[in-house]
Design a protein around this ligand. Structure first.
Ligand code: FES
Ligand code: FES
Length: 157
């Protein structure tokens, strides 16, 4: 079947199998390997991407469901000049990753949160991020990075 959608701000059109997941299509056909696959059971959050601005687990989301919709992956966050999104920069500044496997999903989940509620508390960050697992960094630097990005995105830092 033909799939037309918006991918990282550009029109995309592909032939896909109806059974293919969004993660499979993004990784194998679109070469967007920032979409990470780990549990493949909607448990870890590594495969998180945004569909119409909301986080979904791409490992269990069928690709055809994005027809006519807007998909954002980590590759689409920097601006056209290559300047990193404040969340990407904050993760670097706060050493909020080690292996980095969970990081794209973490950043995209956090973006959805800050887009909806820029003035976020630590408790809200922790609650919102509980579907994204990190196996090596520990969560405090991740919360710190999201807090920093929240301040920067509101012009307070
Ligand atoms: S790989 Fe999709 S939630 Fe773990
Ligand atoms: S940085 Fe390694 S899993 Fe999170």
């Amino acid at each position: 079947m033909n799939l037309s959608f918006e991918l990282n701000g550009k029109a995309a059109g592909l032939e896909i199998e109806p059974r293919e997941t969004l993660a499979e299509v993004l990784r194998a056909r679109c070469r967007l390997t920032g979409v990470k696959l780990s549990c493949e059971a909607q448990v870890c959050g590594s495969c998180t991407v945004l569909v119409d601005g909301l986080p979904v687990s791409a490992c269990t989301f069928l690709a055809y469901e994005v027809r006519g919709r807007r998909v954002t992956t980590i590759e689409g966050l920097a601006d056209e000049s290559g300047r990193l999104h404040p969340l990407q920069q904050a993760f670097l500044d706060n050493f909020s990753f080690q292996c980095g496997f969970c990081t794209p999903g973490m950043i995209l989940a956090a973006k959805a949160l800050l887009d909806e509620k820029p003035d976020v508390t630590d408790a809200e960050i922790i609650s919102h991020m509980d579907g994204n697992l990190c196996r090596c960094t520990g969560y405090l630097p991740i919360v710190k990075a999201i807090r920093q990005a929240s301040l920067e995105m509101r012009g307070l830092k």
